[in-house]
Design a protein around this ligand. Structure first.
Ligand code: ADP
Ligand code: MG
Length: 293
């Protein structure tokens, strides 16, 4: 394509809500055959709500919410916001943690009212040699089968509760996947979340291939592995944990509603956070480069 054609392409992109870093970006989309989509905040809204609390016998629900909410209040993760907001609504002002640490891809840990508290994946609990008692494990399985994320809460060496949180699939996501497929691309859902949850979301939007329970630092390796298989990969994401994968991908598409880290790492930005613009972008690039009419 001529430089003029490329400039026209970028101008049209702006009209469609796509910000392209430079005209040369259009060139990289030519060979893309695989689209890796982050789940939370990309396919789903990322605005989660706390839906239910399951406790072990003798555990006070308000105490669960106070301790878990206090820790999550210090985190910016979408799950953390849901738990903190839900807790505040139920029990009022939350205490300030005496100690707090974010454990990327797993959850949060710290000290609240003198208790050593963990909130996050069962894998986080396992690191402290704790597992879920039967009743909580059942609640977790049922929640996940329904497409919800189950978060474990433990303190003083014992698992005490499972929290159910969920966010909604964006109403544009299924159509976006259909359009990406129509362009001959294979969609893959990539997430740090549980496999059952990921599969429920994938089924809802029409994605067959799911790569779940991937640690934030390992997302980039998934992209690399696909490239090693000879695929040309577009990655769509919104989070800090997607930045390396966005940079590594043949084409990185950042959600404009996402983090600055993702936007900086991407080759282009879907300004309105509407996934359908990803298909528009690829279509536009091909058209500009004369591969389709
Ligand atoms: P995603 O890849 O879907 O954007 P992350 O990699 O950020 O998700 O997190 C993976 C999983 O780790 C979450 O689904 C959740 O189970 C757990 N997790 C991460 N951060 C938190 C937190 N602050 N509170 C509770 N659970 C968390
Ligand atoms: Mg995300």
């Amino acid at each position: 394509a001529t430089p003029t054609a490329l400039m026209v392409g970028t101008g049209r992109g702006a009209q469609l809500g796509i910000l392209i870093k430079g005209p040369e970006v259009l060139e990289s989309t030519r060979r893309v055959d695989t689209v890796v989509l982050d789940k939370t905040g990309t396919v789903t809204t990322g605005r989660m709500t706390l839906l239910a609390v399951h406790t072990t016998e003798g555990t006070d629900e308000d105490e669960v919410l106070r301790l878990a909410g206090a820790l999550e209040h210090a985190s910016e993760h979408p799950i953390a916001r849901a738990v903190a907001a839900g807790a505040e609504e139920r029990v009022g002002t939350l205490p300030a943690p005496e100690d707090f640490a974010n454990v990327p891809g797993l959850g949060v840990q710290g000290v609240v009212e003198g208790h050593a508290v963990l909130v996050g994946r069962t894998k986080l609990l396992a690191e402290w040699a704790m597992d879920l008692p039967n009743g909580l494990a059942r609640a977790k399985t049922e929640a996940e089968a329904a497409g919800r994320t189950a978060i474990a809460v433990a303190w003083d060496g014992e698992a005490r509760a499972v929290l159910e949180v969920a966010d909604a699939v964006k109403d544009t996501s299924a159509e976006a996947v259909t359009r990406l497929r129509a362009l001959g691309l294979t969609p893959i859902l990539l997430t740090g979340d549980n496999k059952a949850v990921a599969e429920a979301v994938a089924a809802e939007v029409g994605i067959d291939e799911v790569i779940a329970e991937v640690m934030p630092q390992d997302k980039v390796d998934v992209v690399r592995r696909l490239q090693d298989e000879g695929r040309s990969v577009a990655m769509i994401g919104d989070g800090v944990n997607d930045a390396a994968a966005l940079a590594r991908a043949d084409l990185g598409l950042a959600m404009g509603t996402g983090t600055d880290a993702a936007i900086e790492a991407g080759d282009l930005t879907l300004v309105r956070g509407d996934l359908r613009a990803a298909a528009d972008a690829i279509r536009l690039a091909r058209k500009t480069l004369g591969t389709i009419r």
